[in-house]
Design a binder for this molecule. Sequence first.
Ligand code: EPU
Length: 417
Amino acid sequence: MELWHIRGGKRLEGACFVQGSKNASLPILAASILAPLRCELHNVPQLRDVDAALRILRHLGCLAEQRGNDVYIDSSTLSGCSIPHSLMEEMRSSVIFMGALIARCGEARLSLPGGCQLGKRPIDLHLSALRQLGAEIEEDGMDICCRRAELKGAEITLPFPSVGATENAMLAACAAKGTTTIRGAAREPEIEALQEFLRSAGAEISGAGGGTIRIEGFHPNARSVCRIIPDRIVASTIACAAAAAGGDVELRGIDPRHFSTLLYFLNKAGCDIISSNRSVRVRSRGKLRAVGEVVTEPYPGFPTDAQPVLMAAMLRAEGKTVMRETIFENRFRQVPELRRLGADITSSGQTAEIWGVDCLHGAALTATDLRGGAAMIVAGLAARGETVICDDGHVTRGYEHFDMRLRALGADIYLDF
Ligand code: EPU
């Protein structure tokens, strides 16, 4: 069990580099097995989920090691195509190995993935995309077995721009004969990052970042080098912490366009946002104002992953904020915990209403999931007195050295293991 100890009420000041993106790293780690490749990945965050992906790679017979923020993989030694449930259940992204394995081995045996409990998280769109490429898939509620005689290029239209289904389709399509077009694809920066990696590995792929991706062939290179993009949700979390606790923080290395909707709301709340090419300064100017209605949407809309941390920043803002969650059915699990700090929030179905209060007070909380736990840290930094968050390892799945990063900005926060 991990315990976050926070003494709130300290302003956050200074500059920090934003860690590499978890959600960009994980599909790229899965993609490293598409062909016998030697990969060098830089700026990979040291996280539990990254560690879980490396253990899957080793289980499959690859050489995979992390040194600091560099990861070295040799997938030429790959010798298996099945992943046991104990590894699958550690995180959601384990499911992306399905597309990569079927592309490389013609077979994948795995089970349903784990990850945060955010409501139903089916993989029907992943399976449908792979079937359209020619994979034969058997599933019995828990175990999945995919085979293909030969994958063939296809016209795939996703009825919803699922991030994971887009990634699985991109990977499997690399092994398909002929051209694959994925319409209605997810447009997240992490999808563009995966495209960059696939290009460096030898794929002819274009269109990521727009709604239509084309994969025309794959002539594997022996070696691929790639730098992981900065994490837009970690940047959003630190920006919300600066807004909630008061402060003046410069986030370095991040493209402001990757979290522009969050910056829009912080600006609406009364913060100064000073953006340049590769950095953003967030400066709070006293009491925040409520931002009205916030609706989560697929990228480029407001991200569901930033909803809990913006909610935390709004707890002391003057007026009413309404959050409407449209991506996951259960993403308000932090609400009862935030109420323990004195927050005035109600949630019903997919809507939460927050009335800003003058003051939050420290309390003992329990982290419910990754971003919910991060929201509790943001709120704890803005509360008077001590907050202790009991966390079963949720936050460290996605935030690297988060206590140290916040301490460097002046926060009084410690993590006990
Ligand atoms: N969905 C289906 N069927 C599918 C796939 C998805 O109904 O086959 C539904 C899901 O149930 C959900 C919605 O579509 O309601 C969005 O799911 P999506 O597939 O887009 O999300 P994901 O790939 O499971 C990734 C991130 C999440 C992030 C979402 C949305 C990774 C590893 N995870 O999940 O990140 O919230 O996209 O942007 O990339 C996090 O980092 O805390 C996190 C949960």
